[in-house]
Design a protein around this ligand. Sequence first.
Ligand code: AMP
Ligand code: GLY
Length: 435
Amino acid sequence: MNILVIGGGGREHALAWKLAQSDKVGKVYVAPGNGGTAIDSRFANIDVTGVQALAAWALSNRIALTVVGPEAPLAAGVVDEFRKQGLRVFGPTRAAAQLESSKAFSKDFMKRHGIPTARYETFDDAAAAHSYIEGKGAPIVVKADGLAAGKGVVVAMTLAEAHQAVDLMLGENAPGVQQSEGLDGAQLPRVVIEEFLAGEEASFIVMCDGKNVLALATSQDHKRLLNDDQGPNTGGMGAYSPAPVVTPDVHARAMREIILPTVRGMEKDGIPYSGFLYAGLMIDALGHPKTLEFNCRMGDPEAQPILMRLKTDLVDVLLDATEPGPHGRLDGVELQWDRRTALGVVLAAQGYPLQPRKGDVISGLPKDAEDAVVFHAGTTCRDGVTRTSGGRVLCVTVLADNVKQAQQRAYEVALGIHFDGKQYRTDIGHRASRN
Ligand code: AMP
Ligand code: GLY
């Protein structure tokens, strides 16, 4: 069978890499793909939110299964359109994807269903937001409603920072304004202002089939650009799996208090959830997790180490998850994981995250090995030359017996790859290796 992966980042390269290992698969197409996946130049300029064109392409190329990587096509209704056309697809509908695409929706949902998260209020009026901040004090967190590609969150350590964030987010041309329409058609920019949570973060990613839940291996991302979690927020500079902070007890709590009530709640609200569901957790000193956010997709770069550890045939799992009917058959699936640690280090372009430079020639790319794969993200490959074409360029992902050895191996590989302006953190996995 032929499979389509929608997206063009490192996560999609990892999905395609994993899917291609199945003996059931003929071709894996990745749209738009990148320099590591490209097999078809027709996709080079494809718009991943052009859901009708994507469905028409999938129909005419007899695609048996489609997996959606990023949030934008999900929020644009790609799953609704594919299902309407009778195409098998793994991902949430547009309505269900609001768990990510609208912070106001997800916070209201969590409140209604008693899912632990930071206390919050939603505002469309700047004066009211300012006076709420005065009443609460700092630190406090200000979030733009709508998809803002990770740039819509300000963790304000001072009152001045919090006020400035409100001015930016509720002003004209604010990020998220265009996308915060929700399904009710409201056009007002909104901010969510929430309590600051202290603790350690982890990424908790599961697969859902409308009813059943299957947890993936645990992982932890590194959101800040620089070592020691300094510098601006990014899409993620590296990740590893498993994440020791998610002890069996934390895992059980996260399932019981967050994931299962979410999936049941969505079903009860008439918006059953299928697809990857990613809860960003903040785990406090007592091991109690709270939900920072939901994403309706796998994390990037978390997907790279997670998929590298997955031993089970992902095609089988996705076919079970998308079994036609009221819900899938994930209840009958058990995933097998490599016991080793997987660790991925992102190599980013100069200027990332603000203004990444493009067009630099990449050299020294190694061949894939059993224990080391370089997943591409912002790259193009033309006439045998691979160049940078985006902020996060590559993710060097390795398997090793423990975190320290994984770090050693990943940084060895990273050192051998060259492009002008290459920047990366040298401490990925530091929380797991500090003891
Ligand atoms: P989000 O997009 O909501 O996950 O926020 C991006 C990052 O901001 C998170 O990964 C956290 O590091 C931080 N953050 C978000 N909300 C909070 C909060 N309530 N308390 C502390 N940090 C937060
Ligand atoms: N790595 C964080 C995310 O995918 O949102």
